[in-house]
Design a protein around this ligand. Structure first.
Ligand SMILES: Cc1ncc(COP(=O)(O)O)c(C=O)c1O
Length: 502
């Protein structure tokens, strides 16, 4: 029998000799719990250590160790050997906790202010940091999780887990797993005309971390930084958290309006752009604009962040060369992510940095969370080197083109006069333009009542209001989900339109 029991008022203490937890610690926990829950009242005299040890069938040392700990922490008073009592001085609010499971203390936030940076962070990302795990049409940014080759991925992981070498289990280099950095450099050179060596590729926990890291390393508090407006909320959050003064710059048919930016904040230190497929509008930045932005950045001594978050998805003509590939002045910090090609919970992305920033980025990456999980990085390097990555992208391009087509066709049939959805040759979402004077926040809310997620375009803007529209992600949903989703969206928009007529 490995169980020993002792009767204390109203309860039974159970000690388990087969547990990995030392017996004295079990006894300490049990007595402390009995005191906190009021089963052992203040002032109660405990049995002597000798009696308790005999009753429990444990050594006297075990009991003495437990008592000593409780005495030291103030739960007991008196002296071992001449009478030990439950402390009378325990503050009331520590007593009578009705459960043995520790609960978070309920505290008021009065007089406990966050730092300015903390308050900014707490205010900005909330909407995107919570309630995101329920994936439903038409949440943008989600790839086809149902089509990811999970079996193959698990084999690659298992292969790496079979006798993993020390360097994959121990602390690793902040810059990332070397073979993955090499694979990415080769891929970016061939597919995106990015000019870089593996040394310039720093592995991060997704593009969001790249934005955070870049802002911390390159922006002083109060520095102006241009962002696209409307634009990606994660960029704004990272820049604001770094204390930057975010300057919204409008987007037109050619992408970011460089002249407007130069007028609004000529001394900006940093510019964020998503030139291959502007988020959320989907515009491709023209070559003239890319060159104009590079020229402006060179003259102003500013940095340019080029976010190439969904560059893999082009359905018609070849993509334009990246700005990084056009930059002769080492101004561009290029970032990419595996969230849209693999799956978002992988949390692996990369930054390609100018050579003079390599050391700073490696050190900075270390400060954030040291490094990205090595086995995942190694399996990803295998996935790329063995050709699965290229194959998966090809398959997904075909699938997403089909899914986009299903969405456009269904929208033409069911949303005529309410929402205009045109095909587009890039990306994994479309923008639907609202008709009939429908407000996009209203449409977003009504869609949510139909169990849909179609974010209002206006929720991505700070100053420059785009036409009323809804973001419609399609890559992550099968034909049936898209068709049903469009029907529900039609219900939602009809409800609004008929309420307006009334
Ligand atoms: C424009 C843009 N940049 C960056 C990201 C972030 O990607 P990650 O998952 O790598 O943080 C997203 C994700 O939706 C995005 O839309």
């Amino acid at each position: 029998m490995s169980k020993h029991a002792i009767a204390v008022p109203y309860t039974t203490l159970l000690l388990d000799a087969s547990s990995s937890e030392p017996l004295y610690r079990q006894l300490y926990d049990a007595l402390r719990c009995a005191i906190l829950t009021g089963q052992l009242k203040p002032g109660t005299r405990l049995q002597s250590t000798r009696e308790m040890a005999a009753e429990l069938g444990v050594s006297r040392n075990t009991v003495m160790n437990a008592f000593e700990q409780l005495l030291a922490e103030g739960y007991l008073e008196g002296q071992i050997g001449s009478g030990t009592y439950v402390s009378r001085a325990l503050p009331d609010d520590m007593l009578f906790i009705r459960t043995s499971r520790p609960r978070a203390a309920e505290v008021s936030s009065k007089g406990r202010a966050l730092s300015e940076r903390g308050a900014t962070m707490a205010a900005t990302m909330l909407s995107t940091s919570r309630n995101v795990s329920l994936v439903r049409p038409f949440r943008p940014g989600t790839p086809a999780l149902d089509a990811f080759p999970a079996g193959l991925w698990s084999k690659l992981l298992a292969r790496r887990w079979r006798r993993p070498p020390r360097e994959l289990l121990g602390y690793a280099e902040s810059a990332g797993y070397r073979p993955l950095r090499e694979a990415i450099a080769v891929y970016l050179g061939a597919a995106r005309a990015v000019r870089c060596e593996a040394d310039q590729v720093i592995i991060v926990a997704g593009a969001q971390q790249a934005l955070d890291l870049t802002a911390r390393l390159l922006l002083n508090v109060g520095d102006a930084a241009w962002i696209e407006d409307p634009g990606y909320l994660g960029t704004r959050a990272a820049f604001e958290a770094a204390g930057a003064r975010v300057v919204p710059v409008p987007i037109d048919a050619e992408g970011l309006d460089v002249q407007a930016g130069a007028r609004l904040a000529p001394k900006a230190r940093l510019v964020y752009v998503s030139p291959s497929h502007q988020y959320p509008l989907g515009v491709t930045m023209s070559l003239a604009r890319r060159l104009a932005l590079l020229e402006w950045a060179r003259a102003a001594g500013a940095w340019v962040i080029e976010d190439d978050y969904d560059s893999e998805y082009r359905y018609a003509q070849r993509p334009l060369a990246t700005m990084q590939g056009l930059d002769n002045d080492g101004r561009v910090i290029y970032l990419g992510t595996f969230s849209k090609v693999m799956f978002p919970s992988l949390r692996i992305g990369y930054v390609v940095v100018p050579t003079d920033l390599i050391d700073a980025f490696i050190a900075g990456r270390g400060v954030l969370s040291r490094f990205t999980p090595s086995i995942d990085q190694a399996a990803l390097a295998d996935f790329i080197d063995e050709g699965h990555f290229a194959r998966h992208i090809r398959r997904m391009r075909t699938l997403y083109a089909e899914r986009q087509h299903v969405l456009v066709e269904a929208a033409r049939r069911e949303l005529d006069g309410l929402l205009e959805v045109e095909p587009h040759d890039a990306g994994i979402h479309l923008v639907g333009w609202l008709r009939a004077g429908i407000d996009d926040r209203r449409a977003q809310d009504e869609a949510a009542r139909q169990n849909l997620e179609a974010p209002a375009l206006s929720s991505f803007s700070l100053k420059y209001r785009p036409r009323a529209g809804l973001m419609l992600g399609y890559a992550g949903y099968n034909e049936r989900e898209i068709r049903v989703g469009v029907r529900r969206l039609a219900n939602a928009l009809h409800n609004i339109a008929s309420a307006k007529r009334r």
